[in-house]
Design a protein around this ligand. Structure first.
Ligand code: LMR
Length: 396
């Protein structure tokens, strides 16, 4: 069986981690994988996480199985974080289960959709996160795409998006990014969310919202505008959340899959289908990350500390956007990169060619995805001059 295999290329995002790690150039810059970094290039453990982790070590009394739902307290708290005080909660029409990270949530969503509707098509934004297509195809869904980013004008192609979505057949699924669109950094405005929601209502497609960056865009509440609106206006919404970025819990693999149904009865039935999907894949999610998040969100003091730490991460990314644009100007670059400051979250496209990206990697040890997506958190006061200088040389 194994002898006939051919080796697959490294994952376009995760492969960069390895290549960067093996590079011995002291000036190397990592703008690849979307992880927060401080000015020293380190991805720290949040102080609130450290405290919550110690609390868990001192207080955990059993490692008994937790079941396919994961920890109910985490599920309650994480859906409150997304929805706030929302009708969906008072009407008891949402159900959440914990998942192994946001990617696990997306795969559960894919398998759940397949179980509900075997011939479903999922519509992905063009572009979208590099792993979306692979994981939804692996779940057996048909893939289609709608225009999203206008590469030439470095902005949203909202007319193109609306016109494509108005042709989506009823019952299909449309994947939307709640905030911090990965990879373009272009988010929908409130008015645009309202228009897409009205279209979903009119055409009868179901939104699946990927919310991997709540709190990294404008703030915890602001970033939840789209999911809150859709859950209020529509009978059915699916939502995948992640605690990798906003709690810095990357390797603990903790996220959530939430389904919103027309009423509590339908939600119960749909939840039983989602739980059977989980049981047939990984049976039950890991518990450690969920316990950390629950400990933080159940403590006013730790929640306050988390809000501060999250704001610091968000502010640093916004500052880095300015820093890069200023330094490109200082290097005499005439091309207008100011769009980077108008985008939001962890990523933007530099808008350079794959060949120029390859030169930046091979000749300057500056790592990014070949679409020229850069992870803004990898910029620092120390590396920005070298970075801007190198980009200037390569695009000249
Ligand atoms: C990214 O897009 O870089 C992150 O979401 C990490 C990943 O798993 O790809």
């Amino acid at each position: 069986m194994l002898e006939h295999l051919s080796a697959l290329p490294a994952d376009p995002i995760l492969g960069l981690l390895k290549a960067y790690g093996q590079d011995t150039n002291p000036n190397k810059v990592d703008l690849g994988v979307g992880v927060f970094k401080d000015d020293a290039g380190h991805t720290p453990i949040l102080a609130c996480v450290k405290t919550a982790e110690q609390f868990r070590i001192d207080n955990e009394t059993s490692k008994i199985y937790i079941g396919p739902t994961g920890e109910p307290e985490f599920n309650r708290l994480i859906s409150e974080l997304v929805f706030g005080e929302h009708d969906v909660i008072s009407q008891n029409r949402s159900r959440t289960l914990s998942t192994p990270g946001g990617t696990g949530a997306l795969r559960v969503a894919g398998e759940f959709i397949k179980a509900c509707k075997p011939n479903a098509t999922i519509w992905l934004s063009n572009p979208t996160w590099a792993n979306h297509e692979g994981l939804f195809s692996a779940a057996g869904l048909n893939i289609a795409s709608y225009p999203y980013y206008d590469y030439e004008n470095k902005c949203l192609d909202f007319d193109g998006m609306l016109s494509a979505l108005s042709n989506v057949p009823a019952g299909d699924i449309v994947l939307l990014h709640a905030c911090c669109h990965n990879p373009s950094g272009m988010d929908l405005t409130k008015e645009q969310w309202q228009q897409v929601t009205a279209l979903a209502k009119e055409k009868g497609f179901t939104p699946l919202i990927d919310m991997a960056y709540q709190g990294f865009g404008q703030g915890l509440e602001e970033d939840a505008y789209g999911p809150r609106l859709m859950a209020k206006e529509l009978d059915e919404v699916l939502l995948c959340t992640s605690c990798s970025k906003n709690f810095g819990l990357y390797r603990e693999r903790i996220g959530g899959f939430t389904l919103v149904a027309k009423n509590s009865n339908v939600a119960d039935i749909a939840y039983s289908v989602a739980l059977s999907v989980v049981r047939s894949i990984y049976s039950m999610p890991p518990a450690h990350g969920a316990a950390i998040v629950s400990t933080i969100l159940n403590s006013d003091e730790l929640t306050g500390q988390w809000h501060q730490e999250l704001a610091q991460m968000r502010d640093r990314i916004a500052t880095n956007r300015q820093l890069l644009v200023e330094h490109l100007k200082l290097q005499g670059v005439e091309r207008d990169f100011s769009f980077i400051t108008r985008q939001s979250g962890m990523f933007s496209f530099l808008g350079i060619t794959p060949e120029q990206v390859a030169t930046l990697i091979n000749d300057y040890s500056i790592y990014m995805v070949d679409s020229s997506r850069i992870s803004i958190a990898g910029i620092s006061k120390t590396n920005v001059e070298y970075l801007a200088q190198s980009i200037a040389k390569v695009i000249k």
